[in-house]
Write a protein that binds this ligand. Structure first.
Ligand code: SF4
Length: 595
């Protein structure tokens, strides 16, 4: 499915129309806008106002508030008035699911509304099953959708309210599912149905999103959407986000890999980093992502490329046979001996303080050490199988030599390569020259702040890894960050890009006014009880309305079913319903053990 790629990188940000949400313009020549979502119950006006002020002070340029009921939609007006009275002009976005009546009220009270095309019309249609019925009802469904949606567009036009059509992996309508399945193509078609109505109704104040917690699905969906919009001459701005990214380092790294890969394509006009933490914690992460890409003079836009690059087939390495290698660079500590390794925290297969394993190899500058079942051993460097070079040294004669020596492992330093576009073009050059040597992606950073380093590295490595480039990564930090933390970061990046799994994955929603329990505390407890269960994906979701669909990828799920009640899922099946919250974590462990 990959079309011909041009080796020469060229640069531009995707051209979009400008959308106005109150006093903030999105798309066009505006900078990438940062937004978040508050978690207080919307009917608690004072708490919601205070939370909005907090995130505005932290730097959010727009703020989303859930509106599950008519009462909540009406409360939005009071929230807006109070904010303006206190001198805060931050535009409000109402988050709507299932109820067009609520959408129509909210559209009068806020600057922007978000609807989910998968569940805009009604809950009944969403729950309908049976393909023949769906086929029979397709036309009437579309007519109903058009009528309700046009009515909403008319209100938006009258009140100058912007609109986001937000497709989510895991919450597509049965009509779309029956034809496309829960796929990026289905997410795109779901949004395109609505965008075509916007076009016909001459309503252009529209933004689109394609979110998923799986970064590969998310990146593919956005790229396919852009291709579909380009084909129909639509230029609506994009809202980027990875849903249910979780908390802490993993939540930040996963968001940076997904959002960063698209920003590197020149896509994205507004972003939200969804963390299961206080909403204001999302802002510095989002701002760092925007800063990282605006620091480049331009970004790469791949012409004629719609979806993903395939994984590039390379020769087998002579190093331990893991999917993608993690190599720790200790050349700055030279000389390093095998006997030093334990004191650096690499002595055992898994360090008790970390869920991540030891790196596969250690590069010392003069030799490479490989781990064999957790014990470091020196690779015979007389074989010179690990060649460290700059991307600039890949000239024709070197490429010819590599073709004759396919067992050599090429560690290519991309320092100074500039944009990810240039780095992609190096891989394409190798591929087009018929070079099949394994490639280790090498980058070094001077950044001293570990949180910033995490985001930068997740963007830079992630954007290549997610497209299938690279057989290993080596991250060098020219500062005092411990080597073990650096190698942990590498493993987390590989997992976020879905190239190598070494730890339990948590799919946790950020929470909103629908949340039925203390999400942050619960996620911590679930993590503490399950972090040993490698290769599992566990969902922790605040409500039964959106939770089960949106943790689409999870093996097991812990979902708020009602006040004090939890429903546990195995895959997509609810296996223990409405159990008391106090026992729910024990029951989850029991369920996993039983299976
Ligand atoms: S899944 Fe979480 S963030 Fe989504 S609507 Fe439910 S509580 Fe809110």
């Amino acid at each position: 499915m990959t079309k011909k790629l041009q080796e020469e990188a060229f640069f531009s940000r995707r051209r979009t129309v400008e959308v106005k949400a109150g006093n903030v313009c999105i798309g066009g020549n505006n900078p990438v806008r940062v937004q978040t979502m508050v978690t207080s119950p919307t009917s608690d006006i004072e708490a919601t106002v205070n939370e909005c002020i907090k995130v505005a002070r932290a730097g959010a340029e727009l703020v989303r508030i859930t509106a599950p009921t008519v009462r909540d939609a009406e409360a939005l007006g009071a929230i807006r008035s109070e904010l303006r009275k206190r001198g805060y002009g931050i535009p409000l976005i109402a988050d709507i699911h299932f109820n067009p009546d609520v959408a129509e009220i909210a559209a009068k009270n806020v600057e922007k509304i978000r609807i989910n095309p998968g569940n805009f019309t009604d809950r009944q249609a969403m729950l309908q099953t049976g393909v023949p019925d769906i086929e029979q009802n397709r036309e009437s469904d579309l007519l109903k959708l058009r009528t309700r949606f046009t009515s909403l567009l008319n209100i938006c036009r009258e009140y100058r309210t912007a609109l986001r059509i937000g497709s989510n992996h895991g919450s597509l309508s049965q009509r779309i599912m029956s034809k496309y399945g829960d796929t990026p193509a289905g997410m795109v078609e779901s949004a395109m149905e609505f965008l075509r109505i916007c076009r016909e109704e001459h309503f252009d104040n529209v933004i689109v999103s394609m979110k998923a917690s799986n970064t590969v699905v998310m990146v593919q969906a956005y790229r396919l959407l852009v291709a579909a919009m380009d084909a129909e001459d639509m230029h609506y701005p994009l809202h980027l986000g990875v849903t249910e990214a979780g908390d802490g380092e993993d939540g930040r790294i996963k968001s940076a890999v997904g959002i960063g890969s698209l920003l590197a394509d020149g896509l994205g006009d507004t972003i939200r980093v969804s963390l299961t933490e206080a909403p204001e914690n999302e802002i510095p992460v989002a701002r760092e992502l925007v800063r990282h890409f605006s620091a480049l003079p331009t970004v790469f836009r791949r012409e004629n490329e719609t979806a993903d690059y395939p994984c590039i087939e390379t020769a087998k390495t002579s190093l331990p046979g893991k999917e993608v290698l993690v190599i720790s660079d200790l050349s700055g500590l030279n000389p390093v001996y095998a006997s030093d390794i334990e004191s650096l925290g690499f002595g055992t297969e898994t360090d008790s303080a970390s869920e991540n394993p030891v790196p596969d190899c250690i590069y010392t500058g003069s030799s490479t050490l490989a781990f064999d079942s957790g014990n470091p051993k020196i690779i015979d460097d007389s074989k010179d199988n690990f060649i460290l070079c700059s991307h600039l040294s890949l000239d024709d004669s070197f490429l010819r030599w590599l073709k004759e020596n396919p067992e050599k492992i090429l560690a290519v330093s991309f320092d100074g390569a500039g944009s990810i576009a240039r780095q992609r073009s190096v891989f394409l050059k190798l591929r087009d020259s018929g070079v099949v040597n394994p490639v280790i992606i090498v980058r070094s950073y001077r950044e001293k702040d570990f949180e910033k380093l995490q985001i930068m590295a997740a963007c830079d490595f992630g954007a290549l890894l997610i497209d299938g480039f690279g057989d290993g990564i080596m991250l060098s930090a020219e500062c005092d960050i411990p080597p073990k933390s650096i190698s942990d970061l590498c493993f987390r990046i590989l997992q976020a890009a879905r190239r190598r799994y070494t730890r339990t994955e948590y799919i946790a929603c950020p929470g909103c006014g629908r949340t039925l329990f203390d999400l942050q505390e619960t996620l911590k407890k679930v993590k503490a009880a399950t972090s040993e269960l490698k290769n599992l994906k566990i969902g922790v979701m605040g409500c039964i309305v959106n939770g089960p669909g949106e943790m689409a990828d999870a093996d097991y799920g812990y979902v708020g079913a009602g006040p004090g009640k939890i429903t546990l899922y195995k895959g997509r099946e609810a296996v223990k319903k409405n159990i008391p919250q106090e026992n729910a974590i024990d029951e989850l462990i029991k369920l996993i053990k039983e299976n």
